[in-house]
Design a protein around this ligand. Structure first.
Ligand SMILES: [Zn+2]
Length: 182
C-alpha cells in the first residue's frame, strides 16, 4: 500500500535524507538537493463511517475487507478525493462500497492512527437502501449497537465514543496478532 519515495517527484533527482533547520528545530527528511523539494510525509486523512440503518431497526453495518486475514468486521473507510468535502467524501465511499444512500452525517471525532501514518475522521452516517458490496469487501453484518465489540485501534475508538454518547458501555476485544511481514 505505501511506497517509499526514492526520487524527487518534481525533477527526478535521487532524494537524500538530509538534516535541516525547520520551525520546530533541526529535522532529517528526504529532500531534493536539485530543486529543494521536501518529502514531508504528513499523515493522510482517512474517512470512516459508523453506518446506522433505520430500515433494519437501527442496526450498524460492519464489513469485512476481502484483503484482510481472519474474520474482522470494521467500519467503511476511504480516502478523500480532491475537490470534495469530508462529508461528500464519506457519503461517496458509503455509496461506492455498500450502495447505501447517506441521509445524514454527524462527526464523531478525529482519531490518531500513527501505525499507518493516517488520521481518521469518523462520522455517524444514517443510511438507507439495499446493500450491494463492492468487490473489495467480502461480506457484511448488521449489529445491534450494544453488541458491537470495539477494537483498540483508530476506528475502534471512534465506535467506542459513539456508543458511549448513546449511553452504551463499550465492550472491547483484542485484535489478533498482526503479521509482521506486511
Ligand atoms: Zn527535485
Amino acid at each position: 500500500m505505501s511506497h517509499a519515495f526514492n526520487y524527487c517527484p518534481n525533477c527526478a533527482t535521487a532524494l537524500q535524507m538530509l538534516s535541516r533547520m525547520e520551525d520546530g528545530g533541526e529535522k532529517s527528511r528526504l529532500r531534493c538537493v536539485a530543486c529543494d523539494w521536501t518529502h514531508w510525509n504528513n499523515p493522510t486523512p482517512v474517512l470512516a463511517a459508523i453506518i446506522e440503518m433505520p430500515e433494519h431497526g437501527g442496526q450498524v453495518l460492519l464489513a469485512r475487507n476481502a484483503a484482510w486475514p481472519g474474520r474482522m468486521f470494521a467500519l467503511i473507510t476511504g480516502f478523500m478525493e480532491a475537490g470534495e468535502t469530508p462529508e461528500e467524501g464519506i457519503a461517496r465511499e458509503v455509496k461506492e462500497e455498500t450502495n447505501l444512500t447517506v441521509d445524514s452525517l454527524k462527526l464523531v471525532g478525529v482519531y490518531d492512527f500513527q501505525r499507518m501514518n493516517q488520521i481518521i475522521v469518523a462520522y455517524h452516517a444514517v443510511a438507507r437502501g439495499e446493500v450491494v458490496l463492492s468487490p473489495e469487501l467480502a461480506e457484511y453484518r448488521l449489529y445491534r449497537p450494544e453488541d458491537i465489540k470495539c477494537w483498540r485501534a483508530g476506528t475502534g475508538y471512534a465506535v467506542a465514543d459513539w456508543l458511549t454518547a448513546r449511553g452504551i458501555t463499550p465492550q472491547w476485544v483484542d485484535l489478533p496478532a498482526r503479521p509482521t511481514a506486511s
